[in-house]
Design a protein around this ligand. Structure first.
Ligand SMILES: [Zn+2]
Length: 373
């Protein structure tokens, strides 16, 4: 594996490329071809000879905003496996990942030029017995603000908390944190320079999260029309994680005997999953794509998540935007602009016309070098 130097696009090591065909740079913004010189995108024809022509429809590298690199069903993993997970995502065209919490220190990946770019959220935060074992940093309620500030300093500008999970005493989903503590925690993370996202299945968590100044919502299955209207007005994105919601029927079945109220609620959310996603979109809530890979779901599934959103009734052109330039803008990472790192994917046909095209990348280019297929 080779190690990247900061700011090094690999001048002299990466070929000069010609991107022949439409280059989709934003909503309704398509350029006619581009070049990659010294690892960076340019729209000015270079003097240097072109080493390779990549023909097709070019989009910015895909973005998975809810992906756990360095996590499997037993918790933390060895560095070799974390790298392997990241490379599976990369080969599917995912070139930027916001990790949604990981128990493994994946900082070493920053030095691996072959690895997709990773924006970390530190370790996710939960309470003992109120989340999956081995995954989270488990703390007492009163420690939330201090721990959120600590995790903010370990990550790359994001903190991830578990906002609700089954409460076995109540036999149903319930918030982990009182609203005041939650608000204090979010403020502490903001003071430490990080944004905050939250795992939430339940309806009861949404108002306290929005009141507390949350920056993004994961899953969001419990959102009511009023919550959707509010998230839309405040510009708070939701990551619907369709592939994960597909598992809700299984969670319900496992819990039915001991926790019937929980099972009924999970089943209802499972039945409504496609309608719910479409309602979020119709309400104007900004949506982003997350596979929730790691733990139970595999890596490299972003094209399937995109297809699931289209199946739910969201136009493919919007889903492509969510998966690329809109996610990049939200995370503060350039898409295909003059001088930006050439992190891009070339398809034979326009994925805005047929979303299944995302599953068939012709060329995956990372930092100006063709890395897959
Ligand atoms: Zn997750």
């Amino acid at each position: 594996m080779s190690v990247a130097r900061p700011g090094d696009h690999g001048v002299g090591q990466v070929p000069t490329l010609r991107l022949e065909g439409p280059v989709i740079v934003g909503d309704d913004e398509v350029r006619d071809g581009a070049w990659v010189v010294g690892g960076a995108v340019t729209f000015d024809e270079p003097d240097a000879p072109v080493d390779q022509v990549l023909e097709g429809v070019t989009v910015p590298g895909l973005v998975d905003v809810h992906c756990h690199v360095g996590l499997d069903s037993g918790g933390a993993v060895e560095p070799e496996l974390a790298l392997k997970q990241a490379l599976v995502d990369r080969d599917a065209g995912t070139l930027l990942i916001r990790d949604a919490g990981s128990p493994t220190d994946t900082r070493f990946l920053d030095g691996v030029v072959e690895a997709p770019r990773l924006i970390r959220a530190g370790r996710f935060i939960a309470r003992p017995k109120r989340y999956l074992r081995y995954y989270a940093r488990e703390i007492e309620v009163d420690d939330l603000p201090r721990v959120m500030a600590e995790e903010a300093r370990k990550g790359d500008g994001w903190v991830k908390i578990i906002a609700d999970w089954i409460d076995r005493d109540a036999g149903d989903l319930a918030p982990l944190w009182p609203a005041e503590v939650l608000a204090e925690g979010i403020a502490a993370a903001h003071d430490a320079g990080a944004r905050v996202t939250a795992h939430t299945f339940a309806t009861e968590s949404i108002d306290p999260l929005l009141d507390g100044g949350i920056d993004c919502l994961e899953h969001g299955t419990g959102m009511t029309p009023a919550h959707m209207e509010r998230a839309a007005a405040e510009g708070i994105p939701v990551v619907p994680t369709m592939l994960q919601i597909d598992n809700f029927a299984g969670f319900a079945a496992q819990g039915r005997a001991r926790f019937p109220a929980y099972a009924t609620r999970m089943d209802a959310m499972y039945e409504r999953r496609a309608t719910h996603a479409r309602e979020l979109w119709e309400a104007g809530v900004p949506l982003l794509l997350g596979t929730d890979a790691g733990g139970t779901l595999g890596h490299g599934l972003l094209p399937l998540e995109a297809a699931a959103l289209v199946d739910a009734g969201i136009p493919a052109s919007d889903v492509v935007a969510m998966a690329t330039w809109r996610a990049r803008a939200f995370l503060g990472v350039p898409a295909l602009e003059e001088g930006a790192s050439a992190d891009l994917v070339v398809y034979a046909r326009d994925p805005r016309e047929d979303i299944t095209e995302l599953a068939r990348p012709q060329h995956v280019v990372l930092r100006g070098a063709r890395v897959a297929p």
